[in-house]
Design a protein around this ligand. Structure first.
Ligand code: PTJ
Length: 250
């Protein structure tokens, strides 16, 4: 990793970028994953690179939903496996969720590398690799349609960080509750999911793990009051306020 001086005003953001580049060099991240990250960075900048109040609200809703699910599954792609493998494995343990590798730009070699890194961080089983257990999500035409019969296929709640809008919609049409992380509050995924956490997974996944750990020790109340559209509108207002504060004095 190139030396990024700690004093650099954008050191954190540059370190995350380098993590992705390393993930690409190690065969975990798709080329397109680097571009997706760049898009995310731009939105993170507009959000002030911090977990907003609306994101905290969505994280709370996500933790409750995962903990009260019958069969939750965490879907992992190249970017997520690179940015937060440890948190994914710990979150799966806390919420009793299965982990499934599911790629947009599918590739067996990359899947195996992703599984290896998750196992390095303590995952016992990672689904999504056995062709005998492969099933298709109806109404979906990308490689992401192929899912594991013991994983996403039978799940009631699916956490799909950095997702594409098509799969979110298809999963919902198949009766699943969809939780996503997406820095772009305007994306189709953000607008379609049941719970959208508009935050950088680097920060948000840690917070989701922390909140889930706290809730797992309490008795869960299933009656969750959360309005995703309203929460997204609040996120956009937060961005607008951030922008207004930065208006140059002309
Ligand atoms: O590993 P694969 O083959 O499954 O491919 C993964 C990518 C990410 C390439 C694939 O899912 C893809 O093409 O995604 P999109 O459609 O480009 O969407 C990515 C979304 O994630 C965009 O809306 C970005 O703003 C958002 N995003 C990028 N980086 C982050 C992020 N959201 C949260 N945290 C990030 N670090």
């Amino acid at each position: 990793m190139p030396l990024i001086p700690k004093s650099h005003p954008r050191a954190k953001s540059l370190q995350i970028r380098e993590k992705l580049v390393e993930g690409f060099d190690h065969g975990l991240v798709a080329k397109e994953g680097l571009m997706a990250h760049g898009r995310g960075e731009a939105f993170d900048y507009l959000l002030g690179e911090k977990t907003s109040r609306a994101a905290k609200n969505a994280i709370k809703a996500a933790a409750i939903t995962l903990l009260s699910a019958k069969s939750p599954v965490i879907s992992v792609n190249g970017n997520i496996a690179t940015l937060c493998p440890k948190e994914i494995v710990q979150l799966a343990k806390t919420t009793n969720a299965k982990i499934e590798v599911n790629l947009f730009y599918t590739n067996k070699k990359r899947k195996n590398k992703i599984i290896k890194i998750l196992k390095k961080y303590g995952a016992v089983e990672v689904l999504g690799i056995n062709p005998k257990k492969a099933r298709q999500v109806s109404g979906l035409y990308s490689a992401r349609r192929v899912v594991d019969k013991e994983g996403i296929f039978q799940a009631d709640v699916v956490l799909v960080p950095l997702e594409d809008g098509d799969r979110t919609l298809a999963l919902k049409k198949n009766g699943k509750k969809v939780i996503t992380f997406d820095l772009n509050p305007l994306s189709r995924t953000s607008q379609t999911a049941d719970i959208t956490i508009v935050d950088n997974v680097i920060r948000g996944m840690k917070e989701l793990l922390r909140v889930s750990n706290n809730f797992s020790k309490k008795k869960m109340n299933n009656k969750l009051k959360f309005n995703n559209k309203k929460n997204l509108a609040n996120t956009i207002l937060e961005i607008k306020n951030n922008l207004s504060r930065r208006l140059p004095n002309a």
